[in-house]
Ligand binder design. Structure first.
Ligand code: PHE
Length: 354
């Protein structure tokens, strides 16, 4: 067998890149046999060279072409082997990112906005730093009215020439703002923060209320009762929610009623529903004519009802927390336990403006 054939056989049979390179060195390296052949060209006469030259070049080319081809083959085999043996495990769980939760107060605000949107109510807003007129005077509590003292008000440092301001003590000033802005007829709820100087397990200096207001031509207390019953049944998600209205007093409603809701014991916990006992959940009444007039509506033409309740309180009753202070501690463990998944829940309370 010629040297060439032997070399070509060894190239074709090289099991890996390493042995292929060994064959290359033996043939084409410094002291390889093909290199030696090429060197003989230098000592030849021009005639000899013309005769043998193409043959020797042909040998060189045959060897280097065969090496290149085998190299490509071996590399492809190597790639196939790696593709077959190495794999990325796509089933491994990705590292989790910390995700927040929806605070129960935000959750309840969204629930309220949804329930009342179904009843045709829009969401209205007002400032938390409120002027004295909207918070008290327009709500039929002129200066020196004794009811002002019931509110444990935070007063702001008065600025020269500015109206006196307070941290709003309830969401009722939003009634005034909504009536002045939109006139009548009107159906709004106003959820938001309110402030009173008070602190224990069921009171914090900042808490949340929701106000409801309906103004139209012939609205009466029957509408109020139906609306509250419908709302409480939808909110607590049970049909056996009973309410009881007791005569009461608020300066901005006449007549006024406090609303109690029936409760019962279930698994050692007091829950809304049934009638084993009653607890107060709402203040309400027919909007006082002086309030309508202060907001620019003619009390001989328009009338309506208003109600107000604590959002935090509703959340505690529905989701079973017992210490209000924990709502605002910002303890991540509490928020993980009581918070709600943030999965693409549209937030109506911030989205539907009145
Ligand atoms: N604003 C009252 C409060 O904070 C609640 C209320 C609202 C009562 C509307 C009657 C009508 O206690």
């Amino acid at each position: 067998m010629s040297d060439l054939q032997q070399t070509l056989d060894r190239i074709a049979g090289a099991p890996d890149l390493h042995s292929l390179d060994a064959v290359r060195v033996e043939a084409l390296g410094k002291s390889g046999w093909v290199t030696a052949l090429l060197k003989t060209l230098g000592g030849m006469t021009p005639d000899e060279r013309q005769q043998r030259g193409p043959e020797i070049q042909g040998i060189r080319n045959a060897v280097s072409d065969a090496i290149a081809a085998r190299k490509e083959q071996l590399e492809a085999q190597e790639l196939d082997r790696r593709l077959a043996t190495e794999r990325l495990d796509l089933s491994l769980p990705a590292p989790t990112r910390p995700a927040g939760t929806i605070h129960p107060v935000s959750q309840v605000m969204d629930e309220l906005a949804e329930i009342f949107a179904d009843l045709g109510f829009a969401v209205a807003e007002g400032p938390e730093i409120e002027d004295d007129w909207h918070n008290f005077t327009a709500l039929n509590m002129p200066e020196s009215h004794p009811a002002r003292a019931m509110h444990d008000t935070f007063y702001c440092e008065p600025l020269d020439g500015e109206p006196a301001r307070v941290l709003r003590t309830h969401t009722s000033p939003v009634q005034i703002r909504a009536m002045m802005k939109h006139g009548a007829p009107l159906r709004v709820i106003a959820p938001g923060r309110v402030y009173r100087s008070d602190s224990d397990a069921t009171h914090t200096p900042m808490f949340h209320q929701v106000e409801g207001l309906v103004i139209d031509k012939a609205i009466h207390m029957g509408h109020l009762k139906w609306t509250l019953e419908t709302f409480l049944k939808a909110f607590f998600e049970r049909d056996d929610v009973a309410i009881r209205m007791r005569p009461s007093y608020f300066p901005f409603t006449e007549p006024s009623a406090e609303v109690d809701v029936g409760w019962s014991m279930e698994k050692g916990r007091r829950v809304v529903g049934g009638q084993e006992g009653w607890m107060e959940v709402l203040g309400s009444g027919m909007v006082h004519p002086s309030v309508l007039a202060a907001a620019g509506l003619d009390p001989d033409e328009w009338q309506g009802f208003a109600f107000g309740t604590g959002i935090d309180r509703l959340a505690m009753l529905k989701y079973g927390m017992n210490d209000l202070r924990q709502f605002f501690d910002g303890d991540i463990r509490w928020l993980k336990h009581y918070g709600f998944s943030a999965l693409a829940v549209p937030t109506l309370s911030a989205g539907v403006g009145a």
